[in-house]
Design a protein around this ligand. Structure first.
Ligand SMILES: Cc1cc2nc3c(=O)[nH]c(=O)nc-3n(C[C@H](O)[C@H](O)[C@H](O)COP(=O)(O)O)c2cc1C
Length: 188
């Protein structure tokens, strides 16, 4: 059985759920998968895993420190096995249209994924740019005020609240397909 490790960093929870979805898809492909929250659980070695997936939520253009630390500290080991990287990012589903939308998606892919892989000398088998969650209930009042203009834009873009004040921009089928692709590429 192929052993896989998913290490994630999250501030608001979306990357935790996305990691579990990826794990579920990999298990359906016969993988044995361990999922860890980089903030709460530390591991000393990735040697036993054939596939490692590192994920992070993006806030103000930044990964979480704890998941990025894994890319930094395990550079050597990660370069010797199959690595995939993903982020949960508002920019995966920009609220703009046309060329600007295309540019925002490409910029997010470049800044949050390609450059991060290059920084730590990695050549991942797959890069995943997934949507995320805006939960106005969990924001501090100052953040809620700062981001208040976003709410009508999310509504206008056709996003429905999953519960009052919570918008989820993820495409669950895309996450599932990405995980299946990662499974195939690991087995090559
Ligand atoms: C305060 C705040 C700042 C954000 N900044 C960005 C950003 O700079 N780029 C982006 O693509 N998404 C941004 N987002 C959207 C997040 O990436 C999205 O909420 C995602 O779900 C975060 O992952 P997490 O829930 O695992 O922490 C931001 C969200 C919040 C609440």
């Amino acid at each position: 059985m192929v052993k896989a490790l998913i290490i994630y960093g999250t501030r608001n929870g979306a990357t935790a759920d996305t990691s579990e979805l990826i794990a579920e898809s990999l298990r359906q492909e016969g993988f044995e998968v361990k999922v860890i929250n980089a903030k709460n659980e530390k591991i000393q070695s990735v040697d036993e895993y054939e596939l490692v997936i590192v994920g992070s939520g993006i806030q103000m253009g930044r990964w979480t420190n704890e998941s990025e630390k894994y890319l930094e500290n395990f550079q050597q080991e990660l370069s010797q096995r199959k690595l995939a990287i993903f982020v949960s990012s508002g920019a995966a589903h920009p609220l703009s249209e046309g060329e600007e939308k295309t540019r925002e998606i490409q910029d997010a892919r470049t800044n949050y994924l390609e450059q991060k892989a290059a920084k730590y000398n990695q050549k991942p088998i797959a890069l995943g740019l997934f949507g995320g969650v805006y939960d106005f209930n969990k924001m501090s009042w100052i953040l809620r005020r700062t981001m208040s203009s976003l709410k009508p834009q999310l509504e206008e873009a056709g996003l429905k609240e999953t519960e009052p004040g919570r918008y989820d921009t993820r495409d669950f089928d895309a996450i599932h397909s990405w995980a299946k692709k990662v499974a195939q590429l690991t087995s090559i």
